[in-house]
Design a binder for this molecule. Sequence first.
Ligand code: OGA
Ligand code: NI
Length: 330
Amino acid sequence: MQKENIPVIDIRLIDDDVHQIDIATQIRKACSEHGFFYVSGHGVAEGLQEKLLQESKLFFSLPEHEKLKIAMEKGGNAWRGFFPVNAELTSGKPDRKEGLYFGSELSAHDQRVKSGTPLHGKNLFPNHPAAFKDTVLTYMDAVIQTGHSIMKGIALSLGLPADYFYDQYTSDPLILFRIFHYPPQQALETQWGVGEHTDYGLLTILLQDSVGGLQVKSKGEWIDAPPVPNTFICNIGDMLDKMTGGVYRSTPHRVLNTSGQNRLSFPLFFDPNFNSKIASIKNADGEMYSASIERWDKADIHVFEGTYGEYLLEKIGKVFPDLGKDVLGL
Ligand code: OGA
Ligand code: NI
């Protein structure tokens, strides 16, 4: 099936004047051709990845009633906790996956929490395994650092100053982190592990185990994004597509786990600050980027005006219709 491969880009030397141009060139090619690339040299310890994997496995093997002790319904408008198989409707149909939602850990004294800003607050952590809380928080911190490095590369790849995104959007990024468990399934047209969708923000940084099942629609064809040891798979979200006038593609993807084994994946969404207004990027001559590429259902991104938070809440209301209504009043 595979005609095209998604490239692996080593970002270890992104702060090195000599090497960063080469890295940025590779990023530009990957973002405009696929909207997806693997990242190596990311600096997140393998031991930490492995610990996260093992502890997540333990959590999902608990009986359902145990997992439901931290059900999302208990997370309030911080939008955290466990959801069971079939509870999330990514493309209008229930996904065959269960998962945990986390985000930046904010105390009750944080101004955004005090004022009731949706998606901001405390995480719900399970009691078992006991080390899980520490592992998840340590992992998120490490991957956020990687996110800042990749965004430098993306800025340079667009001919912008390295700190462009940091200065405009991500000095205090909105971080959502999820752990998904995809039980094995048959290949049916009627159900996917996660249905075809694009991601909403700037950049998704995904760790996956060795099972495989992620598929990417590149140049009109579905291709596999198989696991590559000690890499993250990264993809562009709707906001970067919007900012670049479609030059960088927020590429549709989906998951189908027909391996016969359980699959775990760990997407971290590295996104603009909730209150930031999304603006088009201009090139050195002050002109906006624009691509004359045929879009699928994304016309809405380019007409949308507003903050990232507004865009995200509208999307969330669609994928969790009941929770969206009850908890966020969407
Ligand atoms: C997502 C996603 C893919 C995966 O969460 O947006 O596309 O492999 N996940 O879990
Ligand atoms: Ni996705």
